[in-house]
Write a protein that binds this ligand. Structure first.
Ligand SMILES: Cc1cc2nc3c(=O)[nH]c(=O)nc-3n(C[C@H](O)[C@H](O)[C@H](O)COP(=O)(O)O)c2cc1C
Length: 72
């Protein structure tokens, strides 16, 4: 579960997780995941961080158990 802050950026406390997830080349084939993205439709980059995390986990080979859910 992750929100979006700034202009489509991760919240401060999630920045390290977000950066490392995008820097690693580790294969995550044994990982199952589902992302709940919190955001606000009044922002242009609605729920972008959650969408980024969802896409990156899939790119690293993890198995999406549940479709991405955007929550306002
Ligand atoms: C400064 C600021 C920037 C934000 N930027 C975004 C954004 O780019 N995209 C988005 O979907 N939500 C954005 N939000 C909304 C937050 O994701 C939202 O407040 C958070 O999910 C918590 O929900 P709540 O305010 O209903 O408790 C922003 C909120 C703040 C305060």
């Amino acid at each position: 579960m992750i929100s979006t802050q700034g202009e489509g950026e991760p919240p401060l406390l999630a920045q390290k997780f977000y950066d490392q997830l995008h820097e690693t080349q580790m294969e995550l084939k044994k990982m199952n995941f589902g992302v709940l993205a919190l955001g606000d439709t009044s922002y242009a980059q609605f729920c972008k961080t959650g969408e980024d995390v969802d896409a990156r986990l899939e790119a690293l080979g993890a198995h999406r158990m549940l479709p991405l859910k955007n929550v306002m």
